[in-house]
Structures are given as structure tokens and as C-alpha cells.
Design a protein around this ligand. Structure first.
Ligand SMILES: Nc1ncnc2c1ncn2[C@@H]1O[C@H](COP(=O)(O)OP(=O)(O)OP(=O)(O)O)[C@@H](O)[C@H]1O
Ligand SMILES: [Mg+2]
Length: 626
């Protein structure tokens, strides 16, 4: 017997690393295609910051023309920052004693809206460009996170909650994106704005500016303390949102159970708990965010007060004073925003971690590099000494293996029934065939090819499945059948429906094949759903057919129809049925009896009745005559 290849190493569930530079590097590829717009956005931010110098100098000229009353002349030299001396009369070529006059004042004041508009417009363009880049990034990130989740193997979904995954795809990728963009905007524009304003002011009033700013570092301490207090709140808010989504998702998908057990209040309470915890954390976090502004302002006002005293002491003129106050008030908004950055980061690091964790998570089961496709096979199957144990969520093995030492050869074109008590490992063998899990020991061969060496898609193209719980999408009956083979034609779909005895009841629906499943008037019965599921498998026309028979009994007539549909479907295929009904078992060429993960006996119904005690018991207790 050939030695099996070692199974690919398995991953433990991802623990997202808390390495921020790495996270930003991980976001960078999403930025690359948007480089142009991004650089434009930053350039506009720099321009907006630089424009502050123009703004302040212009205001100084305007103030000095207007605020000294009607005696002002154009000939007076105005001292501007950076050692510039500006004389209007000289630059306009007028006599030094030309009065400003009403016209002059109106012209000067008309510049105020123009200047402020230009400033606002630059800031708007800066924000718009970066928001545009951000939204494009979000679009790509969301698609990739969703794709990455869907690529995971069933083992991953066994331990994840759908609601939390939805939360990551929808919310956390948004938070991650907003954070990245906002941070870029804050970091490129705000410090520069502050530096430009300070430099302008400092070049004219070094001592005064120094004194007003002396108090700035005092703001830092309370902000750091605040940040520490709410460190967990931002993260917890995201966690609780996940719990809330989970609660919603489970209540809606399990609504029949909720109703049947009258557990509405219970579910509402569960939702309310998550909602309350989320609101609580959200309020804590927002309180901290909103506290930053007033703290910065109050501390800064101390600086202004000190500056004023100095001003009085120096006996300076009022127009200069207004310029200075105007300038100082323009520093605070960017300073406030900048001090929120660390709080913002705390909340979003968690989100980025989750998103990147999911983006980078390698599926437990992967195609080997350059794996060939499995061609359409004849349908022979060999379980070669297969053993498998499920994993606990932490990645360690469960003590009792689900299947052990399975040695079983199935010939093409024959019908096999797997029987055995609940938990015997029947469904697990199906999972091995579909490569939902890889065996820990041994291998599974199809037409002599180890299924781990070919692509998963091509393997599954060779398998049709009719499971006990038929899942139908909220879509037309036609599309639900077409799911078996996406390029099937209308004729093929109808032929498949006819073959599975579904055509007649489909035509009896209000819109025939266009009827939307789940809409009013089209809630199908269990037997009808099964026939749609059989039609799907007929359309797929794969050489291997897996039947997971429903345990629930159907009425004799439906049973006969479904039995006949399955009979038609199985022609020329290797069929493995997890059988609960005598009629299915009687159809089988060979019956495989399983218990506690091992094969107990193989044979025909008559042989097993004669030789296997377990089979006799099953026959007496489990197989339903219909
Ligand atoms: N996802 C899982 N994680 C952990 N253990 C599992 C998982 N699925 C199945 N098991 C365990 O593996 C064993 C075999 O389960 P399996 O589903 O193959 O049984 P089965 O023969 O299909 O039973 P049934 O007739 O009730 O469907 C059982 O002990 C079961 O508890
Ligand atoms: Mg099962």
C-alpha cells in the first residue's frame, strides 16, 4: 500500500497581531491603484495649510486699514510676519497721504469672504479627494474580506458566528478604512496648519506667542489619562456590535424555532443585553472624545489670558491685538482634532486587526500549488485506511476520533447505503469525500487519484449532493435549480425538473418557474423542496452522487415519487446514500454498517440480516417501512 502524503498542516484560529505598522502596510496595496487622487488630496491639504499664512497676512493688512478709523492713510507702512514691510501707497504708486476712504474700506472688506471661501474650498477639496479614495478602498476591502471568508473551509464556519463575520465585512472594514483615511488627513493637514499659523505669529510676536503656547503641553496629560480610561470601550463597542448582529442573525434565521417555543421575549432580552452593552461602551467612548475639545480650549484660554496681561503691559495697539486673537483661535480647531487621533486609533486598531486577520487567514484546506484539475471520473472511490478527528476551537484534537481505520473500496456505477446509529461517522465520510476536511491518517482516492492532489473545485464538480435539509435561496425556482450548473439552458432546467418529478408542482405555482421561493404563496413543502434539490443534482450530472436522506417520514405517495426521482438520478452513477428508509436500503447493491467511527460489516440486506447483530437491531428499530 502506498504511503499517504502528510496532510497539510492545520491552522489554529487566527489571533490577530497587534502590530500597527504591519496593519498599515497591509492596507497599502488597496491604496496603490488610487495613488493619483490620494497624492492630489494630500497636496490640497498642504495647500490648505499653507494658505493660512496668506489668510493671516491679508487680515493684518485689512485690519490695519480699517481699525484705525477714518484718519488712516495708504502711506502707512504695515509690519507683516517674516519681516515683511508693506506699503500700499508705494505699491499702488499713490501719494503717501492718500486717505483710505469708504471705497477703500469696502474693497478691503470685500476680500474677507473671498479669502475665507478660498480657504474653505481648499479644505473641502482635500477632504473630498481623501473620502473618495477611502470609499474606493472600502469597496475593495469589503469584497476581499467577503471572498476570503467564503474561501475558508467548513471547519472555520463550525467555530465562527455568522453575525460576527457580517459585522467584520460590513462595519469593521468601514471603521478600518475611515480610520486610515482620517488619519492621513489629520496627520498631513493639521500639524502643518498649526506650524504655519504659529510661524506666522511667532515671527512677529515671539515672546507673546511663546507664552500663549507654554500652556499647550498641559493639555496633553488629561488627554492621555482619558485615553487610558476608555482604551477598552472602543474595542468592546465593536465586540458587542458583533454580539448584536449574531443575535439578530440567529433570531431571524431560526424564527420558526423562536416562534414554536414562544421565545420572542427571550430573544429580545438577549438582543437588549448586547445592545445595552454596546450603547454603554459607545457612550463612554464618545464622552471621552467630546471631553478632549473643552479640555484643550480651557487650558488654551489660560494662555490667552496670560497673553492679554502682557499685552496691556506692553501697551500695544488694538488692530494687532485682534490679529493675534484671530490667529490664536484658528490654532485650536486643528489642535483639538489632532488630540483625538490617539482615541480614534484605539477604537480602530481592533477593527483593522479583525479585517486583516480575516483577509490574511489561509483556509485550512488549500489546493497544492499548480494543482491539476480532476477530470470527469468514472466513479470509483477508495477510502484507504482513513482516520479523522474533529478539532476543538483552539485547534487541538478531540479525544475520540469521528472515524478510524476506514478501508473501503466502492466500484463505479453502484449504489451503496451507509447505515449505523447516530454519531457513527456517516456524515463525516461524506465530508472527507467533499474534502471539507482532510483525513489525519490515510487518504481518499477517486479513480486512483488522491483527492488532495487536485483542485477542490474540480473535485466537487464530480460530486452531486442531495442533503436532508434542502437550502433554497430567496430567488426564483428556476435560479434555485440552476444553482446545480450555472450555465444550464432553460430546456435542461425543465428536463431536470421533469426527471425529478418537480415539473408539475412548479407549473401549478402562480408564476411557474419564475415564482420566487419564500414569497407569499410559495412556501414549499418538505417533499417539494427535496425534489428541487434532486433537480439541482440532476442538472449537475456528476459521476458521484451523495444522498443524505431525511430521517423524517414522508407519506407513502411522496415517498414513492421521491424514491423514483432518486432512482432516475442515480442511473450510471456511483451513489452513496446515508439511508434511513428500508426502500432506499433495498435499492442498494451493498450496505456498509458503521458504529463508533468504524466499519462493522459490508454486504447485502440478506447477508447482513444473517450475519450482523448490529444490522438486525437497526433493521428492527430504525429502518422505516413506508
Ligand atoms: N463539526 C464537528 N465538530 C466536532 N465533532 C463533530 C462535528 N461533526 C460531527 N462530530 C462528531 O463526530 C462523530 C461522527 O459524527 P457524524 O456526523 O459523522 O455522525 P453520523 O453518522 O452522520 O450521525 P447521524 O446519523 O446522527 O447524522 C460524532 O461523535 C459527532 O459528535
Ligand atoms: Mg449525519
Amino acid at each position: 500500500m502506498a504511503k499517504a502524503d502528510p496532510p497539510p498542516t492545520r491552522q489554529t484560529p487566527n489571533s490577530p497581531q497587534e502590530d500597527s505598522p504591519l496593519l498599515y502596510r497591509r492596507m497599502l496595496p488597496y491604496l496603490k491603484p488610487l495613488k493619483g487622487r490620494f497624492i492630489l488630496g494630500i497636496a490640497l491639504g498642504v495647500a490648505a495649510a499653507g494658505f493660512n499664512a496668506v489668510l493671516l497676512m491679508s487680515f493684518q493688512v485689512i485690519f490695519s486699514l480699517v481699525l484705525r478709523g477714518q484718519s488712516t492713510t495708504l502711506g502707512k507702512t504695515i509690519d507683516l510676519p517674516f519681516g515683511i514691510h508693506f506699503n500700499l501707497a508705494d505699491s499702488l504708486g499713490l501719494a503717501a497721504d492718500t486717505p483710505v476712504g469708504l471705497t477703500g474700506v469696502i474693497i478691503a472688506c470685500a476680500f474677507i469672504p473671498v479669502l475665507l471661501f478660498t480657504n474653505g474650498f481648499l479644505e473641502y477639496l482635500n477632504k473630498y479627494c481623501l473620502a473618495w479614495v477611502g470609499n474606493r478602498m472600502l469597496f475593495a476591502i469589503r469584497n476581499d474580506v467577503f471572498r476570503s471568508i467564503l474561501r475558508q473551509s467548513p471547519g472555520f464556519f463550525a467555530t465562527s458566528r455568522a453575525g460576527e463575520l457580517m459585522q467584520t465585512v460590513f462595519n469593521q472594514s468601514r471603521v478600518a478604512q475611515t480610520n486610515a483615511v482620517q488619519l492621513v488627513q489629520l496627520v498631513t493637514n493639521r500639524p502643518l496648519t498649526i506650524i504655519v499659523i504659529l510661524a506666522t505669529l511667532f515671527s512677529q510676536y515671539p515672546f507673546f506667542t511663546g507664552m500663549s503656547l507654554f500652556v499647550f503641553p498641559l493639555c496633553i496629560w488629561p488627554i492621555i489619562a482619558l485615553g487610558r480610561r476608555v482604551k477598552k470601550s472602543g474595542k468592546n463597542e465593536e465586540l458587542e456590535t458583533g454580539a448584536m448582529m449574531t443575535s439578530m442573525h440567529e433570531s431571524f434565521t431560526g424564527i420558526r424555532l423562536v416562534k414554536a417555543y414562544a421565545r420572542e421575549d427571550y430573544e429580545v432580552a438577549r438582543f437588549e443585553r448586547a445592545n445595552a452593552a454596546m450603547s454603554h461602551n459607545s457612550i463612554r467612548w464618545q464622552r471621552a472624545m467630546e471631553m478632549v475639545g473643552p479640555i484643550v480650549e480651557s487650558v488654551a484660554s489660560l494662555g490667552i489670558a496670560a497673553g492679554l496681561i502682557y499685552w496691556w503691559y506692553k501697551d500695544w495697539e488694538a488692530d494687532k491685538f485682534i490679529t493675534v486673537i484671530f490667529t490664536l483661535t484658528r490654532i485650536y480647531p486643528p489642535a483639538k482634532e489632532l488630540s483625538k487621533v490617539s482615541l480614534l486609533l484605539q477604537k480602530t486598531t481592533y477593527a483593522v486587526n479583525n479585517v486583516v486577520g480575516l483577509l490574511d487567514r489561509k483556509p485550512d484546506i488549500q489546493d497544492p500549488p499548480k494543482a491539476p484539475k480532476l477530470p470527469r471520473i468514472e466513479g470509483s472511490i477508495l477510502f484507504d485506511n482513513v482516520s479523522f478527528s474533529y478539532r476543538k476551537p483552539d485547534g487541538t484534537l478531540l479525544e475520540t476520533p469521528a472515524v478510524s481505520d476506514i478501508q473501503l473500496a466502492l466500484e463505479p456505477g453502484r449504489f451503496y447505503a451507509f447505515v449505523g446509529p447516530s454519531g457513527a461517522g456517516k456524515s463525516t465520510l461524506f465530508s472527507m469525500l467533499l474534502r471539507f476536511y482532510d483525513p489525519d491518517q490515510g487518504r481518499v482516492l477517486m479513480d486512483g487519484i488522491d483527492i488532495r492532489t487536485v483542485t477542490q473545485d474540480s473535485l466537487r464538480d464530480n460530486i452531486g449532493i442531495v442533503s436532508q435539509d434542502t437550502f433554497l435561496f430567496h430567488d426564483t425556482i428556476r435560479e434555485n435549480i440552476r444553482y446545480g450548473r450555472l450555465n444550464a439552458t432553460e430546456e435542461e432546467i425543465v428536463a431536470a425538473a421533469k426527471k425529478s418529478h418537480a415539473h408539475d408542482f412548479i407549473m401549478a405555482q402562480s408564476k411557474g418557474y419564475d415564482t420566487v421561493v419564500g414569497d407569499a404563496g410559495c412556501n414549499l413543502s418538505g417533499g417539494q423542496k427535496q425534489r428541487l434539490s434532486i433537480a439541482r443534482a440532476v442538472l449537475r450530472n456528476a459521476p458521484i452522487l451523495l444522498l443524505d436522506e431525511a430521517t423524517s417520514a414522508l407519506d407513502t405517495e411522496t415517498e414513492r415519487i421521491i424514491q423514483d426521482a432518486i432512482h432516475q438520478l442515480s442511473e450510471g452513477k456511483t451513489v452513496i446514500a446515508i439511508a434511513h428508509r428500508l426502500s432506499t436500503i433495498m435499492e442498494a447493491d451493498q450496505i456498509v454498517v458503521m458504529r463508533e467511527g468504524r466499519i462493522q460489516a459490508v454486504g447485502t440486506h440478506a447477508e447482513l440480516l444473517a450475519t450482523s447483530e448490529l444490522y438486525q437491531n437497526l433493521n428492527a428499530l430504525q429502518f422505516k417501512e413506508t
